[in-house]
Design a protein around this ligand. Sequence first.
Ligand SMILES: *Cc1c(COP(=O)(O)O)cnc(C)c1O
Ligand code: SF4
Length: 428
Amino acid sequence: MNYNTYTLRNFSDLPQVKSSLSAEKINEIRVVGNVLPFKVNNYVVEKLIDWSNLSNDSIFHLTFPQKEMLSPKHYREIDNALNGSYSKFELNAVINKIRYELNPHPAGQKDNIPLLGSYKLSGIQHKYKETVLFFPSHSQSCHAYCTFCFRWPQFVGVNDLRFAMNDTSLLINYLKEHPEVTDVLFTGGDPLVMSAKKLKEYIDPLLDADLPNLQNIRIGTKVLSYWPYRFINDEDADDLLRFFEKIVNSGVHLAFMAHFSHPKELKTTEVETAIKRILRTGAVIRTQSPVMNHINNSADIWAEMLRLQVNLGCIPYYMFVARNTGAQDYFAITLEQAWKIFRDAYKQVSGISRTIRGPVMSAYPGKIQILGVNEIGSKKYFNLRFIQGSNPDWVGKPFFAKYNPDAIWLTDLEPIDGKDKFFFERNI
Ligand SMILES: *Cc1c(COP(=O)(O)O)cnc(C)c1O
Ligand code: SF4
């Protein structure tokens, strides 16, 4: 299949859009798509979205901007600006103001920029001891965009909010100075928008440097959901697979961190073929996704997703809580709901699928898992645990928070026993 993309510019040319969406709905997409990222492709449109049942279609809500994703106030501002006599400059000012108000850089992401000597490595994040995140400058986009994505400032061109780095040699020097780092996680955007040739330019020097500490290379990607042809009949599909083999044969564990939001993404013959081809290279596929309203807010959806993933040879890894940014009101569910979905899905599947951990908030102090709600005496508490901590000593530590049925994020929680701070808040 040839890769065709659709954005604000041309989506209304799609026959599916013409026959299934009203003029009003098309205008809504246009309004919201001016703020949130919007890009789909022919695979998503033809194979994933069910155009006969859009109001219940998770992939439609995952990729097409919806009116309710903006507050009524923001929606009106953009609608007025688009239909008024604004200059391009004035329109951009309105759009950018709203983008900033949507909190594009949550959880202190910009605070984890490491130094090499006095040189700031702005394409690297080193938050947890063992793992460095690397943002190649050539992976600042994806094959389609998720409307909930917290990485969106990178795609919509809010320049001063972008990370990205060109030069692997700086990463290599950093790894030499940090022997505690065992994992490099390539992220973006989606690193697999890169050609095999580009990807090699980033990864080959890393292999050639023969770093004794480097054990795992991970690639965070949604390519299996949005463009499985990357491994089937894209021009360099075979080159890419051979390169995976080379990485594995060099003695490094190659982990695909595959983002799957819904069972639909696992049911096409294309994704099945793509997964088989990747696994044959010796790479391992681990799966993760946020749990979100309108997308996958039910235990049955998750249980089905876990079964399909294991059936296809993938290893379930994380269920995330949707982050506090962008269209959060639209996608958010409470921490208690997230935990109930997790538990009811976990109960339904065999131990082989219970490698999934969650629900997890990737928050400022670390990755925090909601273990559940405990009732002690007549009082309820949240029981939580650090899976990753900016202080390694916090990892594995369980703790309690006051029960709050409306909490949707860590910042909505309070410590118990009359304390005004959690133990991990003392030094930050
Ligand atoms: C999730 C994450 C990692 C990887 O953590 P693992 O628990 O090893 O999967 C690394 N860095 C950051 C910033 C993360 O959010
Ligand atoms: S594929 Fe990942 S990085 Fe790309 S838009 Fe979706 S969530 Fe964001």
